[in-house]
Ligand binder design. Structure first.
Ligand SMILES: *Cc1c(COP(=O)(O)O)cnc(C)c1O
Length: 546
């Protein structure tokens, strides 16, 4: 345990923390040096593979008192290294293949220091003179990636005060809320005596328009942030209507059309249709082109949630998979997923740069009418200059670099899917369309038993397999050698039975085929130590095969 020395609170020492950097031989100086020498080595050396439980870690963060007396920087840094860094999750490890959060290029470390040092607030020009045009340019680049409009279009709108090609925000959740906020306000806009939902609120808007209800349509694989959106926009979570998916986890167009007819007959207004370009759980892409047709026909706002999958547009080889995205009224993309920048970087892009007038806000001391303040078109207020890191990555990695990163992730996922299918004791549950896939462990005799079992016995086997999957995933996480996540699906090949699966996201370019093989070996090994689910499964299979 680090012994913390008490420092003195004097005005002079306080001035020093705003001016004098730490000496190179101080704890902080050594950390900076180590990170600049070899980022991965630093992380490897300092994140201990602890098997501390969360409850134990909570004991280190249990003191509700703000320290009265100051501490020396070095002492406190030593505490952070020991208690915070050491017990952190090694998300940048090539063996950490369970989530969309992954490794970052090293150049972002010194660049983010500059960003923080400049401390620009992009809510208004007065605190971000150069960062505002930069952010508008970055939004223009993403807009161009999706919508591919001509040079004149971007020269006209990129820096126009009353327009926005999009909004930079903290992540996909805020991006989705912003898109649906625009959609709601456009659907309930001012007309006649009615001043619009933004001014008069939902009660009066519904009275004016005479709708029985408002709903948002999305497939059952929609991200939970859409429910949050429906909640905060006053529409209610129940009014996010989940449309069933087909055997590839894509929205079923027939069911979608049927639902629209049903809603219209009840005077319920579906004002927005959300397409998914890379579902969070299975990575599949909805038939966006067909959905655009339906949205157009029905006068719905068409939003595409491409928070995770949108980055695939960087690859000309993958772009055809997202065909139709260019017809969306709005698109969400998270740069902190497959564009490899740190968290706090989401974006929503608008096909029509005038669409944001639906959510425009003004104030007297900033965001004045006609100003180019970004804050007049964003949900968030004060925001960092995060766009700088994305801009740097675009320049340093380039589209060609991203294409390579995206393509190799997808190839690796295809390889892993083949590897899983080649094992007699694993089962692929959802094949990868991008670099995300799901599978589970099923012993060979259980596979054989499933082929001959009655529906009731298949149910019983599934329940036990679910327990086994959860057991393996937890043990693997606790052991700390590698990490895959888990989720719960209703695959059509298993007649929509609730099925727990391992979920793998292959984003780290340093993940090797050997690592993937080792992940399966470890899971098989852990399965053999199951003392409840596995014996029950094997004996049930035995009985059924007898
Ligand atoms: C990750 C994700 C989100 C939410 O993004 P956050 O950045 O976590 O707020 C929304 N939709 C999809 C499809 C996602 O994958």
């Amino acid at each position: 345990m680090v012994k913390i020395k008490q420092a003195e609170a004097t005005l002079e020492s306080l001035h020093r923390i705003f001016t004098v950097p730490e000496a190179p031989n101080s704890t902080l100086g050594e950390i900076e040096h180590a990170i600049s020498q070899n980022l991965n080595r630093f992380l490897q050396d300092h994140i201990a593979a602890t098997d501390c439980s969360l409850t134990e870690i909570e004991k280190d963060f249990n003191n509700p008192t703000i320290p009265d007396a100051p501490t020396f920087v070095s002492d406190h840094t030593a505490f952070l290294l020991e208690k915070l860094v050491a017990q952190s999750v090694h998300t940048s490890s090539p063996r950490f293949i369970g989530h969309m959060t992954s490794a970052l290029p090293y150049f972002l470390m010194p660049l983010s220091k500059i960003m923080i040092a400049l401390n620009q607030n992009t809510v208004k020009i007065e605190t971000s003179k150069a960062f505002t045009p930069l952010e508008r340019q970055v939004l223009g680049m993403l807009h161009n990636l999706i919508y591919q409009r001509n040079e004149d279009f971007y020269q006209s709108w990129m820096h126009s005060a009353a327009h926005s090609l999009g909004a930079f925000c903290s992540g996909g959740t805020i991006a989705n809320i912003t898109a649906l906020w625009v959609a709601r306000n456009s659907a309930l806009k001012a007309e006649g005596d009615f001043n619009g939902v933004a001014e008069e609120g939902l009660f009066r808007a519904m009275r004016h328009y005479g709708y029985e209800d408002l709903v948002i349509l999305v497939s059952e694989r929609g991200h939970y942030s859409l429910k949050k959106s429906a909640d905060v926009l006053g529409i209610g979570r129940e009014s996010l209507v989940a449309i069933p998916t087909d055997e590839n986890n894509r929205i079923c167009l027939e069911k979608l059309s049927e639902k629209i007819v049903e809603l219209k007959a009840k005077n319920i207004k579906p004002f927005a249709l959300v397409g998914l370009a890379g579902t969070t759980e299975t990575g599949n892409i909805d038939p966006l082109d067909h959905m655009a047709d339906i949205a157009e026909r029905e006068g719905m706002h068409f939003h595409v949630d491409a928070a995770w999958g949108g980055a695939s547009l960087m690859s000309n080889n993958q772009r055809p998979k997202l065909k139709g995205i260019e017809r969306a009224d709005s698109v969400t993309i998270d740069a902190h997923k497959q564009l490899y920048v740190p968290m706090g970087a989401g974006m929503v892009l608008f096909k029509d740069p005038a669409l944001v007038s639906a959510i425009e806000h003004h104030a007297d001391y900033i965001l004045r009418k006609g100003s180019k303040d970004l804050g007049s078109h964003t949900l968030e207020g004060s925001r960092s200059g995060m766009a700088m890191l994305l801009f740097a990555s675009f320049n340093i990695i380039g589209r060609q670099g991203y294409e390579l990163l995206i393509d190799q992730s997808i190839e690796k996922a295809a390889y892993f899917a083949d590897l899983v299918e080649a094992q007699n004791d694993f089962e692929l549950v959802s094949a990868p369309e991008l670099c995300l896939m799901t599978y589970r462990y099923v012993p060979p005799t259980v596979k054989a038993a499933l082929n001959v079992a009655s529906p009731e016995h298949v149910d019983a086997i599934h329940t036990l397999l679910n327990d086994l999957t959860i057991f393996i995933q937890k043990r693997q996480r606790e052991a700390g050698h590698s990490f895959v996540s888990r989720t719960c699906l209703t695959p059509s090949q298993w007649d929509r039975r609730t099925t727990n699966v391992f979920r793998v996201v292959l984003a780290n370019p340093l993940t090797t085929r050997e690592i993937l093989q080792a992940v399966l070996d470890e899971q098989r090994e852990i399965a053999s130590t199951s003392s409840i689910a596995l014996p029950k499964l094997l004996s049930l299979a035995d009985t059924l095969l007898r």
